[in-house]
Write a protein that binds this ligand. Structure first.
Ligand SMILES: N[C@@H](CCC(=O)N[C@@H](CS)C(=O)NCC(=O)O)C(=O)O
Length: 270
């Protein structure tokens, strides 16, 4: 079981993350939120014997329900919350990364308190970061997820060029401006995208930046001068946040491999 330094575990159910075992992938957005909050969780595919078959049973079955009377799930990640089902005894299952983050945001105190507009704003930023996540996936799988990269390499080269030259700067510019706006209006100090403390917008944007740095190291290095606040102070600070600092050097943090963020040198800036 994942065991981050648990500041708030007495008030939380035993969250269960249902995701693939070998990659950070989209599950990482959920892990980062839980780790930043210091709330223990079970990473079912990794922490339980035969855990991955449980994940597949809940997330990839062809039946009319996922488990405990919950509707079917399209694909991982999903979050299972024992005791949060309609009858107060069974489990609630929630899928779609941003939906899970929305559920956890208030509970983990990773959204501005008593501020509806602030909650939507955090979600807006997370959704935007997840759009870039999808662009990064498509940079090596522009034609079909079921085909090998090698079978779509010419298209990957074209797509990556567009992602690096057009899309990445557009997203980074937006996040850089957001940081500056919040420095002026929300006491963000260049450390936070919304308000004056960590939200899941920060952890989600950070994860996408980190993944982009892994996939396109030359491109991202070259962009540092253009986006110094985002790729400098902000990026470095999130790594130092309590909970995340310990997690990022722990075994729970999986290395990038064959997931959304992949490093093919030929797709990077030449
Ligand atoms: N929009 C969904 C995407 C979920 C998704 O694409 N999951 C991947 C793993 S990271 C998967 O298993 N997809 C199977 C498929 O799309 O066929 C989310 O954000 O959770």
């Amino acid at each position: 079981m994942a065991q981050p330094s648990s500041k708030k575990h007495r008030n939380h159910p035993q969250y269960e993350l249902l995701y693939h075992p070998g990659i950070p992938g989209r599950g990482e957005f959920i892990r980062l939120a839980l780790e930043a909050a210091g709330v223990p969780y079970k990473d079912v595919a990794r922490d339980e014997q035969d855990g991955y078959s449980t994940v597949q049973q809940i997330c990839n079955n062809k039946g009319l329900e996922s488990t405990d009377g919950n509707p079917p799930v399209f694909s991982p990640p999903a979050l299972r919350i024992p005791g949060a089902g309609k009858d107060g005894k069974s489990a609630l299952v929630i899928a779609q990364t941003p939906n899970i983050l929305l559920y956890l945001g208030e509970r983990l105190e990773l959204v501005p308190e008593d501020d509806e507009a602030g909650r939507f704003y955090v979600q807006q930023l997370a959704l935007t970061a997840l759009d870039l996540n999808n662009e990064m996936h498509d940079s090596h799988h522009p034609i079909a997820g079921a085909l090998y990269y090698e079978d779509q390499k010419p298209e990957s080269l074209r797509k990556s060029q567009d992602v690096r030259e057009m899309r990445i700067p557009k997203f980074l510019s937006y996040f850089e401006r957001t940081l500056k706006h919040n420095e002026k209006t929300g006491n963000g100090q260049g450390l936070y995208l919304v308000g004056d403390k960590l939200t899941y917008a920060d952890t989600t944007v950070w994860q996408v930046l980190d993944g982009c740095m892994f996939a396109f190291p030359k491109e991202m290095e070259a962009r540092k001068q253009e986006f110094p606040a985002l790729l400098g102070k902000f990026y470095e600070n999130v790594k130092e946040e309590s909970g995340l600092k310990e997690y990022l050097v722990s075994k729970r943090r999986l290395p990038y491999s064959m997931g959304v963020f992949r490093h093919y040198p030929e797709l990077d800036r030449q």
